[in-house]
Design a protein around this ligand. Structure first.
Ligand code: NAD
Length: 354
């Protein structure tokens, strides 16, 4: 069982080191190999997703990623930016299904900016399509054109989904709902966008295959509102790449602690890339203060979704719950009366709780 480890940039190496310690402590027969992705790869090779990394990623069963990016690479041509490496690996490995749980641990209820009664006990899962939609659609670009009688710059992108792309993400979402509270809400903008009318039609066509799951639909603008107003009405939400990008960040912020949220991106055979929802946090990189729990919880998702090791996954999740109950907090989730620790000490606490 091979795991490709991509620490990335900023706080990536610090948080991934703790997640790897937790993984090693489980004493499972994994083979770990490290490679470069993102800004560090640009610096070393000139490319954000170099060939050596591609080779390792393709051969691995799962990938553990920290985060990529940072201000020092923002001025590079688009093709060389760290984020291109991320889009490249998702596309090459066919990681079309992004699963992002947003869970509010009772100990962290005060971290949310929403009233505790609105968010306490929140446990939702956002399933986002990751390899299609307007983010990849062609044609795209910025050109000079004569529009309205004026020669001016013209920006354009193309939104599209095929029926089969919608079916495969739909199935992941229905299956996920089946393992939870059996409620699935599909998000679209069918009143304006034809692509998402097709999305709604295909979701409705899939529904009879999952009679035990209750399917509902919501327009994306309303969904953005409902997530803030009454988020506990949702169990699983499924949506396209662009809406999912925005809604999953909104959902993660309901919990108030982006340093706590893991994610999984899966292909059709269960191979996956696992990473925290947050970015490379350049503002705190190198200080040893970043919260490693999202990355540690990403390892739990890896054990569950790629390696079908439910018991080991629960061991890690149980250990994280325990350290929170014991009062350990990194700076991002600290409140008076709790015990403030750095990245490594948080890793130590999880290892002890294991
Ligand atoms: P960010 O998530 O990196 O940081 C936002 C804020 O949250 C910062 O104040 C940061 O200090 C804090 N934060 C994030 N993770 C934390 C953790 N584990 N512990 C404690 N605090 C944490 O988002 P940003 O500032 O918008 O982006 C920074 C860089 O990360 C950019 O270059 C961006 O492109 C990149 N990025 C990468 C990914 C990814 O690799 N998947 C995702 C988002 C952003």
């Amino acid at each position: 069982m091979k795991i490709c480890v991509l620490p990335g940039d900023g706080i990536g190496p610090e948080i991934v080191a703790e997640a790897v310690r937790v993984l090693n402590a489980l004493d499972l027969p994994f083979e770990l190999e490290e490679a470069l992705l993102g800004g560090c790869a640009v610096d070393a090779t000139g490319h954000p997703y170099p060939e050596a990394t591609q080779k390792l990623a393709l051969a691995a069963d799962a990938i553990l990623l920290g985060a990529v990016g940072g201000p020092q690479w923002d001025a590079l041509p688009r093709e060389q930016r760290p984020e291109r490496g991320l889009l490249g690996i998702r596309k090459q490995l066919g990681l079309f299904a992004n699963l992002r749980p947003a869970i509010l641990y009772p100990e962290l209820a005060n971290a949310s900016t929403l009233k505790p009664e609105v968010v306490s006990g929140l446990d939702i899962l956002i399933v986002r399509e990751l390899t299609g939609d307007i983010y990849f659609g062609q044609p795209r670009g910025i050109e000079r054109r004569v529009v309205d009688g004026k020669n001016q710059r013209f920006g354009f992108n193309t939104m599209h989904y095929t029926e089969s792309e919608i079916q495969r993400i739909g199935r992941v979402a229905f299956e996920s709902a089946r393992k939870r509270n059996k409620k699935l809400c599909s998000i679209d903008k069918m009143n304006v966008l034809e692509t998402t009318q097709l999305w709604r039609d295909v979701m409705n066509e899939l529904a009879p295959e999952y009679p035990d799951v209750e399917l509902s639909h919501m327009l994306v603008d309303n969904a953005a509102m409902q997530l803030v107003k009454a988020p506990k009405q949702f169990d699983v939400m499924v949506t396209g790449n662009m809406f999912g990008d925005i809604l999953s960040d909104e959902a993660s912020m309901l919990t108030g602690s982006i340093g706590m949220l893991p994610s999984a991106s899966l292909d059709e055979n269960g191979k996956g890339m696992y990473e925290p929802c947050h970015g490379s946090a350049p503002d705190i990189a190198g200080q040893g203060v970043a919260n490693p729990l999202a990355t540690i919880l990403s390892v739990a998702m890896m054990l569950r979704y790629t390696f079908s090791m439910e018991e080991a996954a629960q061991r890690i999740e149980g250990a994280v719950k325990k350290v929170l109950a014991q009062g350990f907090r990194t700076g991002d989730i600290y409140e008076p009366g709790t015990h403030k620790v750095g990245t490594k000490a948080m890793g130590d606490a999880v290892l002890a709780a294991l």
